[in-house]
Design a protein around this ligand. Structure first.
Ligand SMILES: Cc1ncc(COP(=O)(O)O)c(C=O)c1O
Length: 429
């Protein structure tokens, strides 16, 4: 399918025209995730341009959107990868990501760590236990350390992974114990890593960068500094995104000052997920029903999607841009205030929550919708396909599509069949 070039209006979907929405819905059905190659490429370029005075690696945190087609695009554009489980290592390798481009930082140390390291991945130990396990498996080996630098910041408390309330990484005051373990197993610590949260405040991110750099001093063999991801992405109109051109320079100056003082020229790494994909994806759905609860109630739009495909509103009270795409060819002129809900049988499947509480309703002013109209939820490229309430109410997993730079829209994951929903069940005999 070939599309004409896009042009954008604030009240319309971010990267799809209404014509494209209709064509995609006709050809592939709804609901479906749709990603935009041009937006992915632009974000990849911005990350690669971050640079470092003594070498730089931009990694994609694949947990944000792990579809193999997206991984291979990012690979071809020059990114390396951050992975968060042994399964992600194998998933990336399966689609052709070279093992030496993969760095693992995981809460759960994979049982097959030996095989994975032998393939060529690098590892950031995220706890004292992980340092000890790595030392037992690879005496004399090279290891990175994920450090909790003492501060954290995230878009919500659920995505803040730094500071004393967070179990992620090795608490900075425990590094003496790390030194005991690394000398016991003759480990070479080559990288210090930190990641303080998703949707971090840029000032806290820069402060964490400085604290993390400071931890390099006690490990003379460290050649790499990885400052994680977490760059805030504005999804809603008017919401700010972290400007890489603002947070980058202080880090680079700190690296230069560190080199002048110590003679050590550190290779810099960052590993964003959201920054690379959040605004490059949308969820294309259909208004499958409409109801109201009277004069003192609300008008509800019921979509053929919901927490089964986009969990962020339910989990974080996340605000997502939304647009109605009327199927009639009449220009839509009327607006109305509505509550948008998903298709699951619980009130928590709410797509327009108040930002203060995922259970509180907040009306959204949208183009007046009729049953059968299309509906676009934007800002759905990160932590949506990757993090659904999959198969709840037995709704099958939905397809993923990619609008190529040429304008062609291609399938990159099929819709699940009903049989696939329960294929691993074992009947009682
Ligand atoms: C270790 C690590 N690096 C990078 C990221 C990516 O974060 P974001 O998507 O906010 O950029 C995460 C997200 O959880 C992470 O845990």
């Amino acid at each position: 399918m070939a599309f004409p070039k896009l042009h954008l209006l604030m009240s319309t979907p971010r990267f799809l025209t209404s014509g494209q929405c209709k064509q995609i819905a006709n050809e592939f059905g709804t609901p479906a995730y749709v990603y935009d190659e041009a937006t992915l490429k632009k974000a990849a370029r911005e990350v690669l341009d971050f640079g470092g005075p003594y070498g730089f690696t931009g990694r994609y945190a694949m947990k944000a959107c792990p579809n193999g087609a997206i991984l291979t695009l990012f690979r071809d554009w020059g990114l390396h990868f951050d992975v968060s489980s042994g399964y992600e290592v194998l998933r990336a390798i399966q689609v052709g990501i070279p093992a030496e481009k993969i760095s693992l930082s995981s809460q759960e140390y994979p049982e097959n760590i030996g095989e994975l390291v032998n393939l060529g991945i690098t590892v950031n130990a995220c706890s004292l236990k992980q340092v000890e396990s790595f030392g037992q498996a690879f005496p004399g080996g090279r290891l990175g350390l994920r450090v909790n630098p003492g501060v954290g910041s995230g878009g919500t408390l659920k995505t803040n992974v730094g500071g004393p309330s967070s179990s992620f990484g090795i608490w900075h005051e425990l590094l003496d114990q790390v030194e005991v373990l690394t000398s016991k197993h003759a480990l070479e610590v080559f990288r210090i890593h930190s990641h303080i949260g998703s949707g971090s405040d840029p000032d806290v991110w820069v402060k964490a960068a400085d604290l993390t750099l400071n931890q390099v001093r006690r490990f003379p063999g460290v050649t790499h500094l990885n400052l994680g991801g977490g760059f805030k992405v504005g999804r809603m109109p008017g919401e700010d995104s972290t400007d890489l051109g603002v947070v980058g320079p202080p880090v680079k100056m700190a690296l230069e000052a560190f080199a002048a003082e110590t003679g050590r020229k550190l290779h810099l790494e960052i590993e964003p997920g959201s920054y690379l994909t959040a605004n490059a994806g949308c969820l294309l759905a259909t208004v499958q029903d409409k109801t109201n609860t009277g004069d003192n109630g609300h008008v509800f739009l019921k979509l053929d999607t919901g927490m089964t495909d986009i969990l962020r509103p339910t989990l974080y009270a996340a605000q997502q841009p939304m647009a109605v795409v009327p199927v009639s060819n009449e220009p839509a002129s009327e607006e109305e205030s509505v509550i948008v809900v998903g298709h699951c049988c619980e009130s928590g499947d709410l797509l327009t929550p108040d930002e203060s509480d995922p259970g509180l309703l907040k009306e959204r002013r949208l183009t007046k919708a009729e049953i059968g109209d299309l509906f676009v939820i934007d800002g759905a490229g990160a932590y949506c396909a990757a993090m659904p309430a999959k198969n709840y109410n037995s709704f099958p997993e939905i397809p993923e599509l990619l609008v190529r730079e040429s304008g062609e829209c291609v399938l990159i994951r099929k819709r699940q069949t009903l049989e696939q929903v329960f294929q691993n069940e074992v009947p009682l005999i």
